[in-house]
Design a binder for this molecule. Structure first.
Ligand code: NI
Length: 262
């Protein structure tokens, strides 16, 4: 049994063959797929997918890359949606700071991140963090928000050992590992080797960041098995041990018992 803790299956890349995509994932043992939200526009598609495919569980949040001129309006709508029925969501996500492409809305991103952290605190939900070129900014906010009371995941973690240890020092955070760990030039295997498996959850970030040998193609949840295989190599253990432990980590972090996963 595997869990893909981060996949955007509602994106248009899957419009033609979503049902087949989910069947392929199920066939290799993927039991649940967690869908992080992007902005107010992605909500209806995400809801549709979760209604048609009960193995998909939604998150609710505003992605930092979509914090633009209308960010306050976006945030209000997303807040409404989240607080209307918080039991529907397994996390507040994806939220965070992204300073890779554009730093124009850096300050707004910070405010939005802080605000969403406080929703998570209030609702006792974990957070799914998107962090790109922004470890220092994110750590500063987490430190000031008393992150030891928070739970969550650093989705698509690609940092160094020092950053990994900083994250783990909060106590309630896991590292989300996806296709990047299979890339030839990635230094991530060396870092992850020094992190206990109990801190790891699997993800794809589909349709983005496909693992080897699918680079350049569309990523999908079934490829999470390639991430598990790579981790088995890194930890020198069986793939089933990786599956079992990372699944337990995900169930525990996202309280998936509430969604019918034991
Ligand atoms: Ni994402």
């Amino acid at each position: 049994m595997l869990i893909d803790t981060h996949a955007h299956l509602y994106s248009e890349e899957f419009q033609q063959d979503l049902s087949e995509t989910i069947t392929r994932a199920q066939n290799i043992g993927v039991k649940r797929i967690l869908l992080p939200n992007i902005d107010t526009e992605s909500i209806s598609e995400m809801e549709k997918v979760c209604k048609n495919f009960p193995e998909c569980i939604p998150m609710m949040g505003l992605h930092p890359g979509y914090v633009k001129e209308d960010w306050e309006q976006q945030l209000n709508l997303i807040e409404q949606k989240l607080f209307e029925s918080p039991e529907k969501y397994c996390a507040v996500g994806e939220i965070g700071i992204d300073l890779y492409w554009d730093t124009t809305f850096c300050e707004q991103q910070k405010i939005a991140f802080r605000k969403q952290i406080n929703w998570a605190k209030e609702l006792k939900l974990p957070i799914a963090i998107h962090c790109r070129n922004a470890f220092d900014e994110i750590f500063e906010i987490l430190d000031s928000e008393n992150a030891t009371e928070l739970k969550g995941v650093f989705h698509c973690f690609t940092g160094n050992l020092e950053q990994a240890n900083h994250i783990l020092s909060y106590g309630g955070f896991k590292l989300g590992i996806g296709g990047v760990i299979t890339y030839k030039k990635s230094e991530l295997p060396e870092v992850i080797k020094q992190v206990d498996l109990k801190h790891i959850v699997l993800e794809t970030d589909a349709p983005y960041l496909p693992p080897v040998p699918f680079r350049g193609k569309r990523n999908e949840s079934a490829y999470v098995s390639l991430v598990a295989e790579k981790l088995a190599e890194i930890y020198a253990c069986s793939v089933s041990e990786i599956s079992e432990k990372t699944t337990q980590n995900a169930i525990h972090l996202f309280q998936l018992g509430k969604f019918g996963v034991i």
